[in-house]
Design a protein around this ligand. Structure first.
Ligand SMILES: O=C(O)[C@H](O)COP(=O)(O)O
Ligand SMILES: [Mg+2]
Length: 401
């Protein structure tokens, strides 16, 4: 396969035939526009897009569109997106259109991809043999704590048993919690927790910033001792993530949050499905990526989610698999449903579900780990809670019978 293929669901405007709507996408994103052109040369034909397949589906249609590989500038993700996720969404002849997936040819998959990937992160934490799900938390309240209090929360979560701690997606380098000071305070506590527990614990500092500043911010974070970086990829842009993995030799994992994705991924008839966005994160070097939950607080399709997680792990141009992250509205009583639905290759993250525990963060972290241990031992959370107080109190608080 040498060209790039994109799959779209669409509903044509009432006065537009589906085949004309599909052709409109192919033309708009390659060499055409709304009318014929006096400036067109014969040789331009080599870059014409085409409709390869079209069939009715649900209330609309699904089209497979071919984009000649030569239209793309190898390695330039913003330009890729301008083609297969560009003007088409605004075409008047479409009442709705959703990019479902992309098939990229080898020559356009010219990226290093993740440095660690799921297996590398597992080796860091020491779960490459057990294969158990990782447990993570998000410092809460999401903003407002001082560096010292942030570090206290991180310490309690770490000794309670989490493998991974992250900043929330809106915390970066604000005056109330300067990044450098926060990193030093948190890493000091994590070093202490690692000494006490004998476990490796990752703290992902959110370095989201302007694409041309993010490398410098990452270097600053590493200088202050960060052992994991976090990027909000939709708000920063794939260029920011690419810059990290291609411009600097970082030797720490990159955790990718997808805040703002819901504006594109949520509606089943219009926008961009998570799958193409996830493929681009893998190409751009994300080691871990939020993809959604089976039972959490965000709207989603469990079937789409399961498939999205699979494509992060399946063979893809020899790139390392990405660790999927389930986060948003989880607590120990939801762990069983998440692992049953998504498997053990998952990072289960809880913010409120840990820091809202009746006995506080450390007990909340213990309760999450107990819920995972229960699953790994083939027991329900309720059975395991009979002799694990932290889990029992979590189930009681969140009404899990
Ligand atoms: O960034 C995240 O993943 C969310 O803030 C999760 O927070 P919650 O577990 O409290 O929903
Ligand atoms: Mg958050």
């Amino acid at each position: 396969m040498s060209d790039l293929f994109s799959y779209y669901y669409f509903r044509p405007r009432s006065d537009t035939k589906p085949e004309d709507a599909a052709i409109a996408i192919a033309e708009e994103e390659t060499t055409g526009t709304w009318t014929d052109l006096k400036t067109r040369k014969d040789y331009v034909k080599a870059l014409d897009g085409s409709v390869e397949e079209l069939h009715a589906e649900g209330d609309g249609y699904v089209a497979k569109i071919r984009y000649p590989a030569e239209i793309f500038e190898p390695g330039n993700i913003p330009q890729y997106l301008s083609v297969f996720a560009g003007n088409l969404f605004g075409l008047g002849r479409l009442d709705a259109v959703r990019l479902l997936d992309i098939d990229i040819p080898e020559k356009l998959a010219c990226f290093e991809g993740p440095l660690f990937g799921m297996k590398g992160v597992r080796r860091l934490i020491g779960t490459d043999k057990s294969g158990r799900p990782h447990v993570g938390t998000i410092i809460k309240p999401k903003v407002g704590l001082t560096p010292k209090d942030t570090a206290e929360v991180a310490y309690n979560a770490a000794v309670g048993g989490v493998d991974f701690i992250k900043d929330d997606e809106t915390l970066t380098d604000q005056a109330f919690c300067p990044m450098d000071e926060r990193i030093e305070a948190v890493m000091g506590k994590i070093d202490r927790a690692q000494g006490e527990t004998g476990r490796k614990i990752l703290y992902a500092v959110n370095i989201s910033d302007r694409a041309d500043r993010i490398v410098e911010r990452a270097e600053r974070a590493l200088e202050h001792g960060a052992n994991t970086l976090m990027v909000d990829v939709i708000t920063c842009g794939y260029s920011a993530l690419q810059a990290l993995s291609e411009e600097m030799k970082i030797n720490v994992p990159v955790h990718v949050h997808r805040t703002m994705h819901g504006a594109m991924t949520r509606m089943p008839e219009h926008g961009i499905a998570m799958r193409p966005l996830a493929r681009l994160v893998r190409l751009s070097g994300g080691d871990q990526l939020h993809t959604g939950t089976i039972s959490g607080k965000m709207g989603h399709s469990p079937e789409e989610l399961k498939r999205d997680n699979e494509i992060l792990k399946e063979d893809y141009f020899g790139l390392k698999p990405v660790f999927p992250v389930a986060s948003g509205g989880l607590h120990p009583g939801k762990v069983h449903a998440e692992i049953s639905g998504l498997g053990c290759d998952i990072v289960l993250q809880a913010g409120g579900g840990i820091h809202g525990h009746p006995d506080g963060t450390e007990s909340g972290a213990r309760a999450m780990r107990q819920a995972v241990d229960a699953y790994m031992e083939g027991l329900t959370a309720q059975e395991y809670a009979k002799d694990h107080t932290e889990l029992r109190k979590a189930l009681e608080k969140w009404g899990v019978r």
